[in-house]
Design a protein around this ligand. Structure first.
Ligand SMILES: [Fe+2]
Length: 488
């Protein structure tokens, strides 16, 4: 078998691991909250085979692995499994990589023509008793939440027409409905978006198609109580480029961004497009909400360009990571009347991986959490993940403008995206669980899940669950309470 290339995408914290295992009764330093019972599902990309073509976007194509950190009765266990995608099965049978560059089937080996290319590596989504491993380039794979066995590709019982489903769904905590979309819904480089609603029982009750201003990397979206919001940023795809074997995405700094807004239970013909600034990009929205005066606020981790170096460079933008300026940014629009452009306000620091309590989805919210870089840190951040820099500061933001509360990591350590776990105790903001990676030598790392009081992160972890194995950086996670798991 050939070796993985000598590159930061495949070495250090990013070294491929590909191990499945079960670890019971993990060492806990400190005390787990007595009322914490449930499972933190995590999505981790981990390439099973070295690429056979140079691919700058290869960090996005690691085969999906799902892990489960299970917590109950003050104890914890951890399991990890591959998602058994059609792609992984085909490559396993051949003993080598068969799929070419990221989201470009024109570069695949001929024997896998027509085989589902998705690696299901981005978010474990829980809705209506089902666990789905998602990636925006295809349909999700359904996973048994108890065994982590792969149950197969999932299309909502044959109802979903879209070829794709986002890894960022939005669930209205009051109605239990799941709102989602797929972009490139009818094929490569298409501007067509499928807007979908599943009821609280998981039935796909609506799927409507519309066209965006252009085919764009639409990683996330947002809902409010009455609207669905579709941001379009100028990271674009071109079919001729794909046919020539090129990159799926290139960032276009001179192209306008857009925010599409429609009544969330309305018809897609009602969508109204608001113009945003040129050249900006955002992967993750924190929340969106209505203020009761006709304004719709859309809070996002916005950058002045694309945060991924390989997407910038495909668009001819050659700047260092320190020049990717950004901030937690609010776009405000009025659906009825008002200008056709967004009004932009800076409301927080640069960073990513925004987290809100699930109950606040689409509603005015009082506090939130996100990851950022510690401006006072001496030395470089821990190298890892698709941007080769792990965040080292966890923030609790007061959305009314009060001072943020922070937890900083020492040099050589990095946070993965936290999940929020509500507390049963009235007035308690709940807990955050975040995996912390720490470099202990040139090619050695320790990993632990930190349990943090969400209202007071600066106090440090109340408990650390030690994972006595190597882990690759996680993309997204999802917390599922024990009651929901037991009912599934
Ligand atoms: Fe994401």
């Amino acid at each position: 078998m050939s070796e993985f290339p000598q590159s930061p995408w495949y070495s250090g914290l990013n070294r491929p691991l590909g191990e499945e295992y079960d670890l019971a009764d993990l060492e806990v330093v400190g005390t787990l909250p007595a009322d914490m019972a449930g499972t933190f599902f995590r999505a981790t990309p981990d390439p099973a085979y070295p690429p056979f073509l140079p691919d700058s976007a290869a960090p996005l194509s690691g085969d999906g692995m799902i892990s489960a950190l299970r917590i109950a009765d003050g104890k914890a266990s951890f399991s990890m499994r591959h998602v058994q995608t059609a792609r992984l099965k085909a490559e396993r049978a051949a003993g080598e990589a068969l799929f070419g560059v990221y989201r470009n089937p024109f570069t695949d080996k001929p024997e896998v023509a027509g085989v589902d290319r998705t690696v299901a590596n981005t978010t474990p989504v829980w809705h209506a008793g089902k666990l789905l491993m998602t990636k925006e380039d295809g349909r999700p794979y359904r996973i048994d939440p108890h065994t982590l066995a792969t149950l197969g590709s999932y299309d909502f019982g044959g109802k979903l027409r879209s070829e794709t489903m986002t890894a960022h769904v939005r669930i209205d905590a009051r109605s239990g409905e799941m709102f989602f979309y797929g972009y490139e819904a009818d094929g490569l480089a298409s501007p067509t978006i499928a807007y979908c609603v599943a009821d609280r029982d998981g039935n796909l009750v609506s799927e409507q198609w519309f066209d965006a201003p252009y085919c764009a990397l639409m990683h996330d979206f947002a809902i409010t109580e009455n609207y669905a919001l579709f941001p379009v940023y100028p990271t674009t795809c071109d079919l001729d480029r794909l046919k020539a074997g090129g990159d799926h995405w290139a960032h276009q700094p001179d192209l306008e961004s857009w925010l599409g807004v429609m009544p969330r239970r309305g018809d897609v013909s009602e969508i109204r497009w608001f113009k945003g600034p040129k050249g900006v990009h955002c992967f993750h929205m924190m929340n969106a909400w209505e203020d009761g005066e006709g304004n719709i606020h859309f809070d996002q981790c916005l950058s002045r360009t694309n945060a991924f170096s390989f997407i910038r460079e495909a668009g001819g933008i050659h700047i260092g990571p320190q020049d990717v300026k950004g901030a937690l940014t609010r776009w405000t629009v009025r659906f009825e009347g008002g200008p056709d452009e967004v009004t932009e306000t800076i409301i927080g620091p640069p960073g990513d991986f925004p987290v809100i309590p699930a109950a606040d989805q689409g509603r005015p919210y009082d506090h939130a959490w996100m990851l950022t870089m510690n401006p006072e840190m001496q030395g470089p951040p821990l190298v890892g993940g698709p941007v080769l820099a792990m965040f080292n500061l966890l923030l609790r933001l007061d959305m009314a403008g009060g001072a943020p509360r922070a937890l900083a990591l020492p040099p050589g350590s990095g946070f993965n995206e936290p999940v929020h776990v509500p507390s049963a105790e009235a007035g308690h903001e709940g807990w955050l669980i975040t995996f912390v990676d720490s470099q202990t030598g040139p090619d050695s790392f320790d990993h632990a899940a930190w349990i943090i009081d969400a209202g007071n992160p600066g106090a440090g972890p109340v408990a650390k669950i030690v994972i006595p194995r190597r882990l690759r950086p996680q993309i997204h996670g999802w917390w599922v309470g024990a009651d929901k798991l037991a009912a599934a």
